[in-house]
Design a protein around this ligand. Structure first.
Ligand code: FE2
Ligand code: FE2
Length: 183
């Protein structure tokens, strides 16, 4: 698959997860029951699919190849995008800590989880929009055929060796299960 198309498709799935998180947040805020297993599944998807797989491919393969071309405006944008990945990891860490406290204090869990989850959704929505409209647009314009081929191979290896083909499939299963419940 065209590597930029591959990343765009992943954006579609991450955005779907953001909508699921919004629905979970509403339920938690309104005191409606949300299964803890579903919340853990959601956070697992964020850690493994959105961060390890998708942000991993961007940070380790796409960003370096684009930075190499040395277009000043891309270099600055890429630094902002990497900083946003780091910020997102912080929100997810806080969400995990909130889940660990759920048994002891439902109120503390609800407050900390929902506020971090809302921050994550707002951050990632605008982050993905920026990548889709600016960075990916420029990547399609400026990367050569051989650079695209290099990326395509790199992405395949990354998925196989860092994530594992079976796990990738399982993560798709997780999101579609949650979609059925929350959307
Ligand atoms: Fe990104
Ligand atoms: Fe992205």
């Amino acid at each position: 698959m065209h590597p930029i198309e591959d990343l765009s498709k992943e954006h579609g799935l991450i955005k779907l997860m953001l909508r699921i998180l919004e629905s979970m947040n509403d339920k938690i805020t309104n005191g409606q029951p949300v299964a803890v297993e579903d919340i853990i599944s959601g956070v697992t998807f964020l850690k493994e699919f959105a961060d390890k797989c998708h942000h991993g491919k961007e940070e380790n393969l796409l960003f370096p190849i684009m930075k190499k071309d040395g277009i000043k405006k891309e270099v600055e944008l890429i630094d902002i995008l990497v900083a946003e990945h780091v910020q997102g990891r912080g929100y997810v860490r806080n969400m995990v800590e909130a889940i660990d406290k759920k048994e002891k204090s439902g109120k503390e869990f609800a407050d900390v989880f929902v506020s971090n989850s809302k921050n994550y959704v707002a951050l990632l929505d605008q982050h993905i929009n920026k990548e889709n409209t600016i960075l990916f647009f420029e990547a399609r314009q400026s990367l050569s055929e051989s650079q695209l081929k290099e990326l395509e191979g790199g992405f395949e290896n990354f998925e196989k060796n860092i994530i594992g083909a079976g796990r990738h499939k399982e993560l798709h299963g997780i999101i579609h299960k949650l979609e059925g419940i929350y959307l």
